[in-house]
Design a binder for this molecule. Structure first.
Ligand code: MN
Length: 720
């Protein structure tokens, strides 16, 4: 365990002007507070905060962070209050300690909504001061290093949490070494067998790897200095977990994974980086498609370097990462490197430093869009823990999105208004579907239309929490409007049948208020929503309005269940459903349209109509396009219902004798009775015949159409 003096001198080593007096005081304070407490290992508890502080100094964080590390457990585990802490160390350190304490209290196993709530707090604390998260990561790293003393259950839980949450967060902060160590440590506890396999293989391979690595380093260093680029070259074994993942992905053994070593070349200037790349490619053949220019396009965590993979001296694949000293610092220390370059002592991060953390602010923004905590958590994980793609706006601005993002995400990422009106997209000048997955370097243009509104399908395509949240908000709004409309219609119809004027009811504020109170809803709109969702039956309202007509007094208010759109329409009329299902329910009034005569099997959509239930169109019917999209509902054919629907076919034939009889017998052979037929000969030697008949479904129709087409003399068969 480090002494206070040793810790303080570590800090002075990288921050000569630091007020290390604070470090001494925090050390003594924490030591006193933890007196008598033991860790599971039997060591004094105080060993832990000192280790965490030591890790914090490795990242070269400021004095406040070092103090926060020393004090990070005193609020939770000792009888120390926030006020004590603030009196002793001031608001900055107290804020950090408090933030870390709150993060400790997150239990990722607890109920989803509690996790989400904790996550919100965490995101909140992080976005106010990222040092909270950095100190927390140091804490977690020390816990992982000493995890062997935990119970098996605890090991598994903490390792899982580390793998799923903290390792990706470390990566987000640009702390790649942290990420690797956290992953490897979790890996050991989560998949002990896999870990044993890989670590054994790596160990056995060590001598060979060392030799190979030394050879590459020597060749590279010599060649580069020959060419006038003094460079530091070092070889590095990739993390055990990342090797394991590669083995899993490629379904192969350790021997087949060639690129498990990476080489770092640190040079003087950016120009030297590109020159070095040239030298590397002249020595060894590059592997196509593996060159990545993170200097021109830095990762969102600020990482910069040139990556390339080449076939090395023994034809093995090796990865070479070239960067300047400054870039190297960022790669090693992430966000912490930025503080150092600005030589800021103490204080949070200013706006300029915070720019790369736009994702944090976006998270904060988007969380308000979610009413379902589970959905928020899922999206959050999606945002935090995926790779990025870089794309350009038409103006040439660079934007970053998580991998798998689509033009929908892009549109919402630019502006909500652009998202909601997004009707199409062009990538690099060509029209692409909205489900297109963005690729690095794409230039994305969004086509908008004022008629466009978010539709449910978009949720299949959008992956960012921002887009998904906004789409959900819109859909909820639309659904609400729709159910108000539907509820009004259903009620109006029912009241009309009972001889009650809907218009009068609506104007009679007192009666309406009584009615709302009766059903336990807040206002007229809520009442209609209730009816639209099927929570309140229109008959119940009629009964409530005219209780005397019914024996036994007014009906008790229905239990207001969670809104299920499935229950959209309940028994509106006594009529049968005529083979249509609306979200699984068949109790509704359906009207088929004459314009397109939909047939079971056709792709169909429904439209709510005032007082006439739902009209059903074929999806490609022109009317379906021009009808009010706000009244549109998704309907399905009821596979169980056996219904026959009238269909009209136009059959164009050569005008010659006997052909009509052949056509007629073909219908007969298919078991179809023609109910109406018209025949008209035209001047060009052709005849146009129209047949109307009842048909069971599209398959039957297609069958008869195919047979008709095969008849010699039939020119065209068309569905009217
Ligand atoms: Mn701790």
């Amino acid at each position: 365990m480090l002494t206070a003096q040793e810790l303080a001198s570590k800090v002075s080593a990288y921050q000569p002007l630091a007020d290390v007096e604070f470090v001494h005081r925090a050390y003594a304070f924490a030591e006193r507070a933890h007196t008598g407490q033991l860790r599971k290992s039997g060591d004094p508890y105080f060993v832990h905060p000192v280790s965490v502080a030591a890790i914090v100094t490795e990242l070269r964080l400021d004095v406040a962070s070092v103090c926060a590390a020393l004090l990070h457990d005193v609020l939770e585990d000792c009888s120390v209050s926030e006020r004590d802490l603030e009196a002793e160390f001031g608001p900055e350190v107290t804020f950090l300690v408090d933030g870390v304490t709150k993060l400790n209290q997150i239990d990722f196993r607890s109920k989803q909504d509690r996790v989400a709530e904790s996550f919100r707090k965490m995101v909140g604390a992080m976005s106010r001061d990222i040092r909270v998260l950095v100190v927390k990561l140091c804490d977690r790293l020390d816990n992982m290093r000493t995890l062997e003393h935990m119970s098996l259950d605890g090991q598994e839980r903490i390792a899982r949490e580390t793998m799923d949450i903290y390792a990706p967060l470390a990566n987000r902060l640009g702390l790649s070494n942290f990420r690797n160590e956290l992953q490897d440590l979790s890996f050991r506890y989560l998949q002990p067998e896999g870990f044993a396999t890989v670590s054994h293989a790596v160990e056995k391979d060590e001598p060979r790897r060392q030799a190979a690595s030394a050879k590459v380093c020597r060749l590279l260093t010599n060649k580069l200095s020959e060419q006038g680029f003094p460079a530091q070259v070092s070889g590095r074994q990739k993390g055990l977990y990342s090797i394991w993942r590669k083995m899993q992905d490629r379904q192969c053994g350790y021997e087949q994974i060639y690129d498990h070593s990476a080489f770092r070349v640190v040079v003087e200037s950016v120009a030297d980086c590109y020159a070095t790349l040239g030298v590397v490619h002249s020595m060894w053949t590059p592997v196509p498609g593996r060159f990545k220019d993170y200097i021109a396009l830095p990762k969102p965590n600020m990482y910069q370097a040139l990556h390339t993979t080449v076939f090395g001296p023994d034809r093995q694949r090796i990865e070479v990462q070239t960067r300047t000293r400054e870039m190297h610092q960022v790669a090693e220390y992430g966000i912490a490197a930025h503080w150092r370059f600005r030589e800021k002592i103490g204080g949070g991060i200013d706006a300029k430093d915070a720019a790369p953390f736009a994702w944090l602010r976006q998270l904060m923004d988007s969380q308000s869009e979610f009413t379902d905590p589970a959905e928020f958590l899922e999206s959050l994980k999606g945002d935090l823990f995926q790779d990025e793609v870089f794309v350009f706006t038409p103006k040439g601005d660079l934007r970053t999105f998580v991998r798998g993002s689509t033009p929908i995400d892009f549109a919402f990422g630019i502006h909500t208004n652009l998202g909601t009106r997004c009707s199409g997209a062009r990538v690099n000048g060509s029209v692409v579907p909205l489900g297109y997955k963005l690729r690095n370097g794409d230039l994305v243009e969004i086509v908008t239309s004022n008629e466009q509104q978010p539709v449910k399908e978009w949720l299949d395509w959008a992956v960012t929490s921002r887009a998904r949240g906004r789409i959900r908000t819109h859909l909820r709004q639309l659904q609400r409007e729709r159910s108000i409309k539907l509820g009004r219609e259903l009620l109006e119809r029912e009241l009309h049948a009972a001889g009650i004027s809907f218009a009068r009811l609506e104007k009679n504020a007192r009666e309406l208020a009584e009615l709302c109170a009766h059903f336990g809803v807040k206002g007229g709109d809520e009442l209609f929503v209730g009816v639209g969702y099927g929570r309140i039956k229109p008959q119940q309202i009629v009964e409530a309005l005219s209780p005397k007509q019914h024996e036994g007094g007014p009906t008790p208010p229905p239990s207001i269940r969670e809104g299920r759109i499935e229950a959209f329409v309940r028994k509106v009329t006594g009529k049968s459903s005529q083979g249509i299902l609306l979200n699984g329910t068949d109790d509704m009034l359906v009207r088929y349209t004459k314009c397109c005569n939909p047939l079971p099997g056709d792709d169909i959509v429904g439209f709510l109509t005032r007082g006439r239930g739902i009209t059903v169109h074929r999806r490609n019917c022109e009317k379906a396009f021009t009808s009010d999209p706000g009244r549109r509902v998704e309907v399905k054919w009821d596979a169980k219902a056996k219904i026959n629907r009238p269909v009209r076919l136009t059959v164009t034939t050569a005008n010659r004798p006997g052909i009509l009889a052949t056509v007629g017998s073909t219908f007969h052979a298919e078991g179809i009775n023609i109910s109406e037929a018209t025949c008209r000969a035209s001047d060009d030697g052709r005849a146009t015949n129209t047949f109307t008949f009842l048909c069971g479904d599209v398959t039957q129709l297609k069958g008869v159409m195919r047979r008709l087409q095969k008849i010699d003399g039939v020119v065209e068969v068309e569905r009217a």
